[in-house]
Ligand binder design. Structure first.
Ligand SMILES: C[S@@+](CC[C@H](N)C(=O)[O-])C[C@H]1O[C@@H](n2cnc3c(N)ncnc32)[C@H](O)[C@@H]1O
Length: 215
């Protein structure tokens, strides 16, 4: 026998993420607002200040970066979870911003090559099942000279904190696909981007990356 009942009902990683984030959507804004104050302060503004031209935000969630974008950029956002996306739509309407919001998978972006000037991804490569595939897609849809702007939590430079993160993610990876010791910078370099700026904060647990697709 090659398959069991259990194997037949196993979800794909993307389907699992969708389920997890649909369930978390109603409480997400309240929860992340606390972490934005103590952990990610200034990060969303940092991304927004660097965004130019046609912007794609990957895994836009409830749209918490929307208030930080300059008025003269056009914004497209994709997101796996319809429930998160519904809140992003409300936020865009409340801000009076015309934002093209679509369901989509970061690992298979439904856009032509070189469609965007900037790709933004915040607090999501820690949970996207294949960050390598997602970064590859981000590179594909960026035009030559396009900007990749990332904000995420990563493994600490401080060994006791790293060890605690490693222990916590033994639970969170299984429960929600959430990683605490991933680091995006080597993936961005391996995908062929040039690094323009990086900032590592909070005992090395937060990283901001501004990378450029070579012309
Ligand atoms: C921690 S939330 C971050 C949301 C938002 N980027 C922010 O900064 O608040 C992670 C988001 O990644 C989304 N996500 C996970 N895997 C994805 C994928 N493969 N494609 C698109 N979105 C994905 C989840 O649905 C969730 O909305």
């Amino acid at each position: 026998m090659t398959s069991t009942g259990k194997a037949k009902t196993r979800q794909t990683p993307a389907a699992r993420q969708k389920r997890v984030w649909d369930k978390s959507a109603p409480s997400y804004d309240k929860q992340i607002a606390f972490f934005e104050k103590i952990w990610f302060a200034g990060g969303r503004e940092w991304l927004g200040e660097r965004a130019r031209g046609r912007v794609l935000e990957v895994a836009i969630g409830t749209g918490r970066n929307l208030p930080c974008y300059p008025a003269d950029v056009t914004i497209t956002g994709i997101e796996l979870s319809p429930a998160m996306l519904a809140i992003a739509r409300q936020r865009a309407a409340g801000l009076g911003r015309d934002v093209d919001l679509r369901e989509g998978d970061a690992e298979h972006l439904a856009f032509d090559d070189a469609s965007f000037d900037t790709v933004v991804c915040a607090l999501s490569l820690c949970t996207i099942p294949s960050p390598v595939a997602a970064v590859g897609e981000m590179r594909r849809v960026l035009g030559p000279g396009g900007r990749l702007l990332l904000l995420d939590h990563i493994g600490s430079t401080w060994p006791p904190v790293y060890a605690a993160q490693w222990l916590v993610e033994r639970i969170t990876i299984r429960a929600a696909g959430e990683h605490f010791t991933r680091r995006q910078l080597p993936l961005v370099q391996a995908a062929g981007f040039q690094i323009a700026e990086t900032e590592r904060l909070k005992a090395g647990t937060v990283e901001r990356i501004h990378a450029v697709k070579p012309a």
